[in-house]
Design a protein around this ligand. Structure first.
Ligand code: MLC
Ligand code: AMP
Length: 488
């Protein structure tokens, strides 16, 4: 497992962040030292939930390993999220400790006060021998929050065994080795950035760069540098890289294209990859993006292969994954990668499984060249920029807005974001029209909802379309939004 293998390749570089490189040995000892601090002065943390509010790079990676050395369950938070969303996660997970980077100390202190948590700051001077006692494979390791069709985001519990199964499946399918070097531009509170990129690189002795977020010019320069072998991102990121290339001078374009052509693998996932993006990327770099399909609950389920990549298709089951699908219908998944349960939601957990198979809620079709995804069963789940958001959660929030009497949220196609959050509003009788401008609504929502949930398009209506039972007809709401090239 990941912790057991950390003392291999000890002299190799584990990661590169704004402070420079860090060897696997330093990471091993540093994380063990932080793990001790989490348990000081001799508290058994096994099974407790520890929130992580850390900068990507050495601080985040040391923190998650430290949580695991202590036997606790990691609950990664996104430091940019508004306080109400962080409160929901920390409260729902019933965390007892928060480990934070010094730059996030103030926010961590606020959360610690509200939820009565012990606060531990990352500290580069901590060092220790790794403890002998390791978590068991069946122990809970991670809770990541995901939006659903009911209520607020829920916690998806992965064990050490399910994470291990995900990592080894990806290592086998995509032939990761210790020679690989990658860059993580995705957030670490989702499986894509956390498991697929950061932990899998660590698991096989590869190196991971952490610039701390996505910046198109920086990514192009790193792709062009010759230092990287593997790159993984969501379709929106490829779309934005294409835009940045088109905005660049011709000598820069040539350098970027030539350099990016030398990576051994570029993967796209978390949302449908438009064939137009795949084709344009091939024109710019010579790389054929390998598209795969996954989900927080199941890790990576379907993937094109290194040898065979079919545009518009998501390929075949990943190693260890079993799928059930009649010709066309809801995709069901089974295998050791699948999560254990939704945190403290037994009825939602049992509703999500059918005879031991996990119901993905995605509609798929078996095609001669691999599987195709046709969409989601629920119209209330929107994927924007690779982030899954719940229309119902956004509606609930905006119903509190003084100018909003009623509202209905849908996802509408968008070239950059895949889907854009669009909201039809029936205003209150005395609503100030200026308050219904999209920028005003976004600003109002910013302190309540994370960025992907803020509406990009708004339509003021005189009535919402309803069926005979009085239920809003979302398909009709979506039709009222005229096609638009780009949500900005
Ligand atoms: C940011 N914005 C978004 C957004 N992210 N709007 C809609 N959808 C999103 N996902 C807003 C910002 O608030 C800002 O608004 C404006 O867009 C431009 O911001 P930016 O700074 O340029 O965006 P950036 O921060 O660079 O974010 C874009 C992104 C990010 C694509 C890098 O969204 C991202 O990391 N997405 C990936 C999410 C992910 O990891 N998903 C995997 C889930 S796991 P304003 O008003 O402030 O200008 C999973 C399983 C699997 O799905 O299969 O992998
Ligand atoms: P999340 O719940 O954030 O993990 O998102 C998982 C969802 O993203 C899946 O259920 C799919 O709807 C979607 N998804 C992931 N990969 C792909 C893909 N390659 N094509 C289409 N949809 C995808």
């Amino acid at each position: 497992m990941l912790l057991d293998g950390l003392d291999t390749f000890t002299d190799r570089v584990a990661l590169l962040d704004s402070e420079g490189t860090m060897s696997r040995l330093s990471l091993l000892e540093g994380s063990a030292g932080l793990g001790e601090a989490l348990c000081a002065p001799n508290v058994d943390r096994r099974g407790e939930r520890i929130a992580i509010l850390c900068r990507p790079g050495r601080e985040f990676t040391s923190a998650i390993l430290a949580v695991w050395w202590s036997g606790a369950i990691a609950v990664p938070l996104h430091p940019e999220h508004p306080v109400p969303e962080l409160d929901h996660v920390v409260g729902d997970a019933r965390c007892s400790v928060i480990v934070a980077s010094p730059v996030h100390a103030e926010l961590a202190r606020q959360l610690a006060t509200t939820h009565d948590l012990r606060l531990v700051l990352t500290d580069p001077t901590l060092r220790s021998e790794p403890p002998r006692r390791r978590p068991e494979a069946e122990d809970d390791a991670l809770i990541v929050y995901t939006s659903g069709t009911t209520g607020r985001p829920k916690g998806v519990v992965h064990t050490h065994r399910s994470l291990e199964a995900q990592m080894t499946s990806m290592i086998e399918a995509w032939q990761w080795t210790a020679e690989d070097r990658t860059i993580c531009v995705l957030p670490l509170h989702h499986v894509h950035g956390l498991v697929n990129v950061t932990l899998t690189a660590l698991r096989c002795g590869a190196m991971c760069e952490s610039p701390g977020g996505f910046d198109a010019v920086h990514v192009w320069n790193r792709l062009a540098s010759g230092d990287l072998t593997v790159f993984m991102a969501v379709p929106t990121i490829y779309a934005r890289l294409i835009t940045a290339w088109e905005d660049a001078e011709s000598d820069i374009r040539t350098r970027w294209s030539e350099g990016a052509g030398r990576l051994r693998l570029m993967v796209s996932g978390s949302a449908a990859l438009p064939v137009s993006v795949l084709e344009r990327w091939r024109e710019l770099t010579g790389q054929v993006l390998l598209e795969r399909y996954g989900m927080t609950e199941v890790g990576m389920a379907l993937s094109n292969t290194l040898e065979r990549r079919v545009p518009g298709h998501v390929g075949w089951p990943m190693p260890g994954v079993e799928i059930r699908l009649d010709e066309e219908g809801e995709l069901l998944v089974r295998g050791p990668q699948v999560f254990d349960r939704y945190w403290r939601r037994p009825s939602e957990t049992s509703a999500a499984f059918e005879d031991g198979w996990f119901r993905t809620g995605d509609v798929a079709k078996i095609a001669p060249n691999g599987h195709r995804l046709l969409g989601r069963a629920s119209i209330d789940i929107i994927k924007t920029g690779g982030e899954k958001v719940s229309a119902l959660e956004i509606e609930e929030c905006f119903r509190e807005h003084p100018a909003v009497a009623e509202c209905a949220v849908v996802g509408v196609p968008d070239r950059t974001w895949g889907e854009a959050v669009a909201m039809a509003i029936l205003p209150t009788s005395d609503a100030d029209p200026a308050a219904l401008e999209v920028d005003e609504l976004r600003d109002w929502g910013r302190s309540r909802l994370s960025a992907p949930k803020l509406p990009r398009r708004v339509l003021v209506v005189e009535a919402l379309p309803r069926n005979a039972l009085g239920k809003v007809v979302k398909t009709e709401v979506a039709e009222r939004f005229q096609p638009s090239g780009d949500g900005g």
